[in-house]
Design a protein around this ligand. Structure first.
Ligand code: PEP
Ligand code: MG
Length: 523
């Protein structure tokens, strides 16, 4: 029987997984897409929505049928599609052109003198969301649960749409341990290796991913040794979020969540959510335009967190986090990402701001701005929040203004932190900070990350001093690596936010260190 073939790789997420290979499409093939298309996509979405409404009308009582008939009539009225088309000609994305057109209509109805007209606003809101749903496009193709994904790279949305509860792993020919899929895999304890180099395997061949040793094992006569069952790591024995260094200084240990379902890892040993990457809840531009959908996601996270604080980061789109449906916009071609993209496409930011303002009444929400470079970016986003809060007030929708803070992940912001007077708090994103300090690409950063660490740590120590007593935390991957803890503590950091799977290791490391980063006696 042929010996198994063992290929060396880099571990991106620990653990061992065996299963049939799923070979992703050839890298030169067109990428799977959830792009929503142009005017014809809108016409199709309107047709789908009319069909759905007609179906609903069939079984409805007379009163409901009246409402549905009115909605169908509005959808059939060509002026709405034409107004949307005019916005699209002015370079607006179809989804946001639709939202803006319908919002304008809703605004007119809400301002009407007659009570009956005002009551129609909600019917239009309903069709706005129905068409948005139909515009969402075809979801990215999934692969069989329990299989090992083999390919050049993997899209974050594909990772998130997949059911990992049946096991399985990821082996990438290229990729980086700092990439976003690696980050998602670590958070969900999905074994993953990167940098295997191209190897040949057939769909369904048994493959083992060894995320502990950093290897891929290919079939040996169709047989593979089964992976040992993995017991999920747990640090919940203490039943309390209270954590102190060996010399008694209180430390906050929070979790980073990517998929909103990860909020289930928020047990009593967790201080709260230090970073929710909202971009992973938004798979297409249609999702980004859907206030109600976003509100439901944020509300669930906040309610589950109860009285513990939750920091939700606004959409960090661009760079290696593309948003399906936005690829064709000139905004992305110029390399905009994070808050710059949000300010360049305020229609996206306004939807999210409204969803966040409305969600804030359900828990202890703070909002964090991604990739901030200059102070005026924070000021402009705060102003946008104020404007949206005012609109919600006029519509009598419950909302609350959350504290608005910022990620510190661009070197110039870190160096000038004392200039960010209007940010309520700071959180260090060492993943991007490392990338931009070391002039490396995030997808190919592994070789430089260790060498750049001293510079990153020096910059962090300086930035903490410039933070003017405001709350500071660290949510980049450096916070989840115990070897950096002494220097991070010595820099004055007292709040760490890490992937749920990294929490036990960080918790025990903190207990063995003094607040100045020195090892406790007897450790
Ligand atoms: C970071 O850059 O460190 C960070 C936390 O943000 P992300 O990894 O999502 O870019
Ligand atoms: Mg970042």
């Amino acid at each position: 029987m042929a010996e198994p073939r063992r290929l060396k790789a880099k571990s991106a997420s620990p653990g061992i997984a065996s299963g049939p290979a799923f070979l992703a499409e050839r890298p030169d093939a067109a990428p799977a897409s959830r792009a929503v298309g142009g005017y014809s996509a809108l016409e199709k979405a309107i047709d789908i929505s009319i069909g759905e409404l007609e179906h609903l009308a069939d079984g409805a009582d007379a009163e409901s049928r009246d409402i549905i008939d009115f909605q169908i009539e509005v959808l059939r009225d060509p002026t709405i599609a034409e107004a949307t088309g005019a916005r699209m000609e002015a370079d607006e994305n179809v989804v946001f052109a639709w939202v803006a057109t319908l919002d304008a209509y809703i605004g007119e109805l809400e301002a009407a003198d007659e009570e009956q007209m005002r009551a129609r606003a909600v019917d239009i809101l309903d069709i706005k969301n129905r068409v948005l749903g139909a515009l969402a496009g075809t979801p990215i193709a999934d692969f069989p649960p329990g299989s090992v994904f083999v390919g050049k790279d993997m899209e974050p949305s594909r990772f998130l749409a997949h059911d990992w509860s049946k096991g399985g792993g990821i082996a990438l020919f290229a990729g980086s341990t700092a990439g976003h899929v690696a980050l998602l895999a670590r958070a969900k304890s999905v074994p993953m290796v990167v940098g295997t180099g191209r190897f040949s395997a057939a769909d369904g061949d048994p493959v083992r991913v060894d995320g502990d040793a950093g290897a891929v094992v290919l079939k040996a006569g169709g047989m593979l040794i089964p992976a040992p069952a993995q017991a999920p790591a747990s640090d919940t024995q203490t039943g309390s979020s209270e954590l102190r260094t060996a010399d008694g200084v209180p430390i906050l240990l929070s979790i980073n969540i990517n998929d909103p379902a990860e909020i289930d890892a928020l047990d009593p040993a967790t201080a709260g959510v230090g970073l929710m990457r909202s971009e992973f809840s938004v798979a297409s531009v249609a999702d980004a335009a859907n206030e109600v959908r976003q509100l439901a996601i944020y509300r669930r996270v906040l309610e589950q967190a109860g009285d513990r604080p939750v920091i939700i980061r606004m959409l960090d789109i661009g760079g290696d986090k593309p948003l399906a449906g936005l690829e064709d916009l000139p905004a992305l071609a110029s390399g905009l990402r994070g808050i710059r993209l949000l300010l360049a496409r305020p229609e996206i930011a306004r939807v999210q701001a409204r969803a966040l303002l409305r969600a804030a009444v359900f828990g202890r929400l703070s909002v964090m701005l991604p990739m901030v470079t200059f102070p005026d970016e924070v000021d402009r986003m705060r102003e946008l929040f104020r404007e949206e809060a005012e609109k919600l007030g006029r519509r009598a929708l419950p909302h609350r203004m959350p504290p608005i803070g910022m990620m510190v992940e661009v070197p110039s912001a870190a160096l000038m932190l004392d200039a960010f007077g209007s940010a309520a708090f700071f959180s260090f994103g060492t993943n991007d900070l490392t990338q931009y300090l070391a002039a490396s690409a995030r997808d190919d950063m592994d070789a430089d990350a260790g060498k750049a660490a001293p510079a990153v740590l020096r910059l962090l120590a300086l930035a903490v001093k410039l933070s003017a007593g405001k709350p500071v935390s660290i949510c980049g991957d450096m916070a989840g690596d115990p070897s950096y803890l002494p220097r991070l503590l010595a820099a004055g950091l007292r709040h760490f936010s890490v992937a749920p799977a990294r929490r036990p290791a960080i918790r025990s490391a903190i207990i063995g260190l003094n607040a100045d980063g020195t090892r406790a006696a007897g450790e």
